[in-house]
Design a protein around this ligand. Structure first.
Ligand SMILES: [Zn+2]
Length: 311
């Protein structure tokens, strides 16, 4: 085809417009130009997506409704890591498989621990877990929204390191998100304060809510302890049933990524009512009520408050 000057100038105008549009947005024009980030689990993936905005492409190793405690990396996870510029983990012992995966994959890029600088809580004493558990950190720090502000800032800093041109973008996203997280914390306080103190008791299958409990003054009892890889003994379950009956606890919940059988049985034996599913260590699938961190926290709050009102 013979290109006339008119054609040529039209094409050139298109190109100029595309360049101008891309410069205006301050974002890479093509998906291939995006910063590839791998987050260890779904909740972290969501925080990276919020902080990174359209400059990042996020991969998540442990997906929605999956359990990071007992995750076993697959061969394609090593490939995902190698194709990344930044890897984000929670830390605090949440992903015991992560260091090995990073090493065996031969990943040499940046790694950021999102919970770095969070005031870690120790695990509650667990009878079945041996003495060592008492000194270990509780990894579920995201259950306090103010800790997620720390996560977001750590992630923003790491993204700015691998993509200095986006530093202002990451900072602006983080500060906007921090405002939403602070508002969520405030709302949660108001919701919980409407429940009489003696009614603020909840049963969950595994002990993922220590940070939430400390922040909002709610007592959580969990037969499975902090990890999901241990089953409670018959004696522990019997003790818990007696406690549920004695203290008239009606608020019993299962979490999305754990086996619901134990808690369903326990709830039945103790004459309690099973509440809505909680999102503890993983987001829900996109069409469910916990598809983002903010959504999952609002859902959990509503479910917990409704459950505690029955106590
Ligand atoms: Zn957990």
């Amino acid at each position: 085809m013979h290109l006339t000057f008119r054609h040529f100038s039209a094409i050139r105008r298109h190109m100029l417009l595309a360049v101008a549009a891309s410069a205006l947005c301050g974002t890479p024009a093509l998906a291939a130009d995006k910063i590839s980030v791998t987050a260890s689990f779904s909740i972290l993936g969501d925080v990276v997506r919020v902080v990174g905005g359209d400059r990042v492409q996020v991969n998540t190793l442990v997906g929605p409704d999956e359990d990071a405690h007992v995750f076993e990396p697959r061969p394609q996870d090593a490939k995902t890591l190698l194709a990344s510029t930044l890897v984000v983990t929670n830390g605090l012992g949440f992903e015991p498989w992560a260091a090995k995966l990073i090493k065996s994959a031969g990943y040499k890029g940046e790694v950021v621990v999102a919970a770095q600088g969070v005031k870690a809580r120790n695990m509650a004493p667990e009878p079945g877990h041996g003495g060592h558990a008492h000194h270990e950190a509780d990894p579920h720090a995201w259950q306090n929204p103010l800790n997620v502000v720390v996560y977001a800032r750590n992630i923003a800093q790491a993204l700015a390191k691998v993509d200095p041109a986006g530093a202002a973008h990451y900072q602006a996203n983080t500060e906007a998100y921090a405002k939403e997280l602070v508002a969520l914390d405030q709302w949660a306080r108001e919701q919980i304060s409407a429940i009489p103190k003696e009614k603020r008791k909840v049963i969950t299958s595994h002990d993922a809510f220590g940070y939430f409990a400390a922040q909002y003054g709610v007592q959580f009892l969990a037969p499975q302890g902090v990890n999901t890889d241990t089953e409670p003994s018959a004696k522990q379950v019997a003790q818990l049933i007696r406690q549920i009956q004695r203290e008239k606890i009606r608020a019993v919940f299962v979490e999305n990524m754990s086996n619901p059988k134990l808690i369903a049985q326990l709830s039945k034996d103790a004459g309690a009512i099973l509440g809505q599913q909680l999102y503890a260590d993983a987001l829900s699938k996109a069409d469910q009520p916990g598809a983002s961190y903010l959504q999952m926290m609002r859902h959990n709050l509503g479910a917990l408050v409704a459950g505690m009102q029955r106590n």
